[in-house]
Design a protein around this ligand. Sequence first.
Ligand SMILES: [Cu+2]
Length: 128
Amino acid sequence: MKKYLMAAALLAAASAHAHVSLEQSSFAAGSYQKLVFRVGHGCNGSPTTAVSIRLPEGFAAMRPMPKNGWNVERSPDGLTWRGGPLPDDFYEEFVMFGKMPAVGSHVLKIVQSCQVGSANWEATLETR
Ligand SMILES: [Cu+2]
């Protein structure tokens, strides 16, 4: 299983392999939508303790969905959930809701913090 995962990781490295990722990443511009960020694993086996999402300009007043066992911090340019820890071999979702920006391609920067280490991810969201 581990061998398979490593091979898959290598194969996917060329493409945008990200394991904090958006469930859906294409939306109508200006529509109100739910963004679901999927956390598939920790940082090299270490449990996740925070997920921080930086929203580029154009995302107006995104509302975080409260989450048991996690506190949400809001800043002018994003949201951070702190809590858990979420074990490496568990799956979790972090949800926010709000108005999508104007037509374009929008890069959301994500920092996954763990008990040991951290990982940076990017998710590209398209509005049409
Ligand atoms: Cu991964």
